[in-house]
Write a new protein. Sequence first.
Length: 263
Amino acid sequence: MIRVLRRFRVAPLIRFISEAYTQLAEGTGMSKRLYIIHNNKKISPWHDICPFTDRPDELVMVNEIPRHHQEKREVNLWEPHNPIIQNTVLNKKTQERMPRVIHTPYSFNYGMIPQTWENPDTINPQTRLYGDNDPLDICELGRTMQPGYVCRVRVLGSFCVDDQGEMDWKILAMNSEEADRRGIKGLKEYREFLPGFIEEMMEWFRVYKTYDGKRANTILFDSEIFESEETMNVIRASHREYKGLISTDKWRQKKYWYQALNN
């Protein structure tokens, strides 16, 4: 079982409504950068959005990849304002960079949870793995969202992946408006709404890197899917790791871009 963390602090940064955020695209092709805009200024989706709301089962997410898409996009942790960028791979024949395309499309919206971090420097006592050096991943199971969309989501559950030797939690959620409309309060209601879909997702995460010639991943904890309460403990622990990162010089050592919102 995962250790319960009873105390955490919510960073006093932006509280959110979806309409408060827009997106700004700069550049084209693999040089394209998608920025999050708030109050007519570029902000960081990693640092400048508070992940918690006034509801205990709710979070804020930033979407990176729309459902049914194959191109891998993610928040860049090293560039100013942490834009969403196209992930690239090296073409071994031409020695040129090219867009990374996932073999099978994402069947869900895929994004990140602000102000979280899976620590790559410390072995997690439950998984006995180092973190993957990224914000927590979140799989949103509702309507299609465009890259850069910021919204409230209801946390449904989670599972944990051994991704090529790194700990990689997958948080399961649905945008709060749709969850309320469909009467989905947690895993039970979602499974009644779409039986078997979460298990299909888990299998997708297990095998999708084999198409790149890598070994299959492992779903940890005997493929257990954790309920929302235990999932929130995972998220709070990752938020604490993030707070430890930015409260020391560790973010400078890793060359992450970080700037206090009020600076």
